[in-house]
Design a protein around this ligand. Structure first.
Ligand code: ATP
Ligand code: MG
Length: 140
């Protein structure tokens, strides 16, 4: 059993696709262990994406992630980290497989609908970054 962090990004919340995205996670066997709707501050978004701070798209990334509401979730299930990445599809929606969340709901490589942790180690950091221990509720 693993936990992973998922973010439904502003383009998808603004397009009213929160329910469609959560339905897909649930249909694939992941459970919501924590969930909140919020608007990220610049500081919070910069800290979250700190590993990308030298990349040329960092400013654009932070400005997009703070441009509207996001839904932040801890998802749990068997193989949750990889399973979430498979459900999301490739970073660039032009390369995302049919039926993946990014194929369905991303607008571009920047406005790509969802975030998912890329390893168990980053999942732990990211869940602790957004949630207190008592806000994460195991459902297995
Ligand atoms: P995420 O971390 O959001 O789940 P990812 O792991 O698939 O996405 P990363 O390489 O970690 O991709 O990049 C983080 C985010 O930065 C991407 O989701 C995307 O929104 C943005 N990004 C990545 N590459 C570019 C780019 N070339 N131009 C603009 N934005 C980019
Ligand atoms: Mg990433």
């Amino acid at each position: 059993m693993e936990r992973t962090l998922s973010i439904i990004k502003p383009n998808a919340t603004i397009d009213n696709n929160i329910g469609n995205i959560i339905k897909k996670f649930e249909d694939e066997g992941l459970r919501i262990a924590a969930c909140k709707l919020t608007v990220l501050s610049k500081e919070k978004a910069e800290g979250f994406y700190i590993e990308h701070k030298e990349r040329p798209f960092f400013g654009e990334l932070v400005s997009f992630m703070t441009s509207g509401p996001v839904v932040i979730m801890a998802l749990e299930g068997e193989n949750a980290v990889d399973k979430n990445r498979q459900i999301m599809g490739a970073t660039n929606p032009a390369e995302a497989a049919e039926g993946t969340l990014r194929k369905l709901y991303a607008k571009s490589i920047g406005e790509n609908a969802v975030h998912g942790s890329d390893s168990l180690q980053s999942a732990e950091r990211e869940i602790n970054y957004f949630f207190d221990k008592n806000e994460v509720i195991s459902r297995f």
